[in-house]
Ligand binder design. Structure first.
Ligand code: ADP
Length: 197
C-alpha cells in the first residue's frame, strides 16, 4: 500500500517519517530526491544549461544552487521554467522508488514524504494521504526555534505554502503533533493499525 505523507514546514513530517521508518514503513523522501536530481551527471542539468546558460552549472557539473536561487527570486516566469524541467524528473524518481519498494515488499507500506504534495497536486497518486498537523501558531514557534529565523522570515515561509488547516481538511488521516512525542507516537501506531486492517 502506498501512502503520501505531508504537512507544513516544521509541523513534524521528519519526526513522523522517522517513527514510521522505525516501525517498518519504507520511506521515499522527496527532498532527498529533489537534491539528487541536480547532482553532477544527471541528464536534467543539460536541459538547465540549455535554458538558463552554462554559467548556472558549477565546475564539477552540479547546479549552482545559490546562483539559481538568486536568479529565480522574484521572477515567477523563470521559476516556472525551472520547475517545468525539474518537477517531472522528481515525480518520475519518486514513482520509481515507490514501485521498487512495492516490488520488494508487496505486503508492506510505502510512505512518500512530500512536503508540497497538495501544492503539487500529487494527492491522487496515493491510496491515503496523512497530514502531520500542528496549529499555525505552534508551527511558527517551532519553525523559528528550529531554523533560528526572525518572526517575519518564518511568516514569509509559511505564506508560500497552502495553509495547514486546509491540508488538515483534505487529509485522509491527521497526525496531530502538537502534544508530546509520546502522543505523536501513539497516533502513528493507531495509523499503522488502521492501514494494516
Ligand atoms: P518538518 O519535517 O515538518 O519540517 P520537523 O520534524 O523537523 O518538521 O519538526 C519541526 C521542529 O519541531 C523540530 O525542531 C522538531 O524537533 C520539533 N518537534 C517535532 N515534534 C515535536 C513535538 N511533538 N514536541 C516538541 N517539538 C517537536
Amino acid at each position: 500500500m502506498r501512502i503520501g505523507l505531508t504537512g507544513g514546514i516544521a509541523t513534524g513530517k521528519s519526526t513522523v517519517s522517522r517513527l514510521l521508518a522505525a516501525k517498518g514503513v519504507r520511506i521515499v523522501d522527496a527532498d532527498v530526491i529533489a537534491r539528487d536530481v541536480m547532482n553532477p551527471g544527471q541528464p536534467l542539468l543539460a536541459a538547465v544549461a540549455r535554458r538558463f546558460g552554462p554559467e548556472f552549472l558549477l565546475p564539477e557539473g552540479g547546479l549552482d544552487r545559490r546562483r539559481m536561487a538568486e536568479h529565480i527570486f522574484g521572477r515567477p516566469e523563470e521559476r516556472e521554467a525551472l520547475n517545468a524541467i525539474v518537477h517531472p524528473a522528481i515525480r518520475a524518481e519518486i514513482r520509481r522508488q515507490v514501485e521498487a519498494h512495492e516490488a520488494a515488499d508487496p505486503q508492506g507500506i510505502v510512505a512518500a514524504d512530500i512536503p508540497l504534495l497538495y501544492e503539487s497536486g500529487l494527492e491522487g497518486l496515493y491510496e491515503k494521504v496523512v497530514v502531520v498537523y500542528v496549529p499555525r501558531e505552534l508551527q511558527l514557534t517551532r519553525l523559528i526555534l528550529r531554523d533560528k529565523l526572525a518572526p517575519e522570515q518564518a511568516e514569509s515561509r509559511l505564506h508560500s505554502q497552502l495553509d495547514i488547516e486546509e491540508k488538515k481538511r483534505r487529509a485522509d488521516f491527521v497526525i496531530d503533533n502538537s502534544g508530546t512525542p509520546e502522543d505523536t507516537e501513539r497516533q502513528v501506531d493507531r495509523l499503522l493499525e488502521s492501514l494494516r486492517r
